[in-house]
Design a protein around this ligand. Structure first.
Ligand SMILES: NC(=O)C1=CN([C@@H]2O[C@H](COP(=O)(O)OP(=O)(O)OC[C@H]3O[C@@H](n4cnc5c(N)ncnc54)[C@H](OP(=O)(O)O)[C@@H]3O)[C@@H](O)[C@H]2O)C=CC1
Ligand SMILES: CC[C@](O)(C(C)=O)C(=O)O
Ligand SMILES: [Mg+2]
Ligand SMILES: [Mg+2]
Length: 331
């Protein structure tokens, strides 16, 4: 049985009194920095000039360049885009780490795929929230939390595990549960989850459902409510009580249709394709494609982003959400 760490399991808050530099103030950065500070940690921000830096200053943080923050800190948490971490680490972080410092990540990508090769005298660990950064902050403020994973890649001081747990507690993760993993397992499962189910799988399932209804002559607005808006309400029930609670709340008609038609849509072919996706993650093909495209100015990424934005579901959704003031699109 896996050990799950909760607040009570982390007796030694070893990072209290140490200086933590959060590098980057985007989705994860703003949440880690604010949650850690609210839990009594000493946090500074390392960031370039621009919107994120302005946000960090507006949130009353001391803001420095990436190099200066890395130099001042005992713990350097790298919350930059994965595709830029290698370059910024070489230019601004590497030479500012001292023996015994901690180099920390929220995703194992750059260590696992050998982009960043840290010096042997620093601790290297990850604390990876299993949820979007804005929800890491929102749930923390509401009194709950997003669960986290932690993993130790390199333990130079002998204190890396305790420090990782102290960090996980600082961002609120131990309120919900924190599980130990490895950089390999975190990287591969996170990439698989976001590609096959959480993001890629879900968006393309929703779009296919929307297109099927619209192409059959049904109203696009109705199709949006049916396959996108209501998805949240269904997933909320699964979040609260698993598939059982959701199936208990829907009609018998819907539950019967779930069993009869679900497997007609998500066929054994789909699982075979999922296995292909996992293989490309495990053998490094996905990482190579992502890194190569970034080196090529992200041409393919920007083409796909523009194509998706042009889909009819975007326009219909924007119009319908504008009519629902209780949905705060800027939250
Ligand atoms: N998004 C998420 O919810 C999750 C992310 N992660 C991981 O967390 C890490 C951060 O991802 P995420 O929060 O999405 O990243 P974001 O893109 O939201 O934020 C990146 C931050 O890095 C800053 N930045 C970019 N380039 C530079 C630079 N050259 N110098 C200094 N600062 C720079 C950006 O500032 P600017 O405004 O100036 O561009 C921004 O503040 C990644 O490893 C990711 O895999 C893990 C779990 C979930
Ligand atoms: C699901 C996407 C994610 O892995 C996350 C929010 O956990 C990410 O990389 O943003
Ligand atoms: Mg994730
Ligand atoms: Mg991810």
């Amino acid at each position: 049985m896996v050990k799950v760490y909760y607040d009570d399991s982390v007796k030694e808050d070893t990072l209290k009194g140490k200086k933590i530099a959060v590098i980057g103030y985007g989705s994860q950065g703003h949440a880690h920095a604010q949650n850690l500070r609210d839990n009594g940690h000493d946090v500074i921000i390392g960031i370039r000039a621009g919107k994120s830096a302005d946000n960090a200053k507006a949130d009353q943080f001391d803001v420095f360049s990436v190099a200066e923050a890395s130099k001042q800190a005992d713990v350097v948490m790298v919350l930059l885009p994965d595709e830029n971490q290698g370059t910024i680490y070489e230019a601004e972080i590497k030479d500012n780490l001292e023996a015994g410092n901690s180099l920390v990540f929220a995703h194992g990508f750059n260590i696992h795929y050998d982009v960043i090769k840290p010096a042997a005298d620093v601790d290297v660990f990850l604390v990876a929230p299993k949820g979007p950064g804005h929800l890491v902050r929102r749930t923390f403020v509401e009194g709950s939390a997003v669960p986290c994973l932690f993993a130790v890649y390199q333990d130079a001081t002998g204190e890396a595990t305790q420090n990782a747990l102290s960090y996980a507690k600082g961002v609120g993760g131990t309120r919900a549960g924190v599980i130990e993993t490895t950089f390999k397992e975190e990287t591969e499962t996170d990439l698989f989850g976001e590609q096959a189910v959480l993001c890629g799988g879900t968006t393309h399932l929703v779009q296919a459902g929307f297109e099927t209804l619209v192409e059959a002559g049904y109203q696009p607005e109705l199709a949006y409510f049916e396959v996108l808006h209501e998805l949240k309400l269904i997933v909320d029930l699964m979040y609260e009580g698993g598939m059982e609670k959701m199936r208990n709340s829907i009609s018998n008609t819907a539950e019967y249709g779930d069993y009869v038609s679900g497997p007609r849509v998500v066929t054994s072919d789909v699982k075979a394709h999922m296995k292909d996706v996992l293989t490309d993650i495990q053998n490094g093909n996905f990482a190579k494609g992502f890194i190569d495209d970034n080196n090529n100015g992200f041409k393919e990424f920007h083409r796909m982003r523009a194509e998706q934005k042009g889909h009819q579901i975007t326009e219909v959704g924007n119009k319908l959400r504008d009519m629902m003031p209780f949905i705060d699109q800027n939250k």
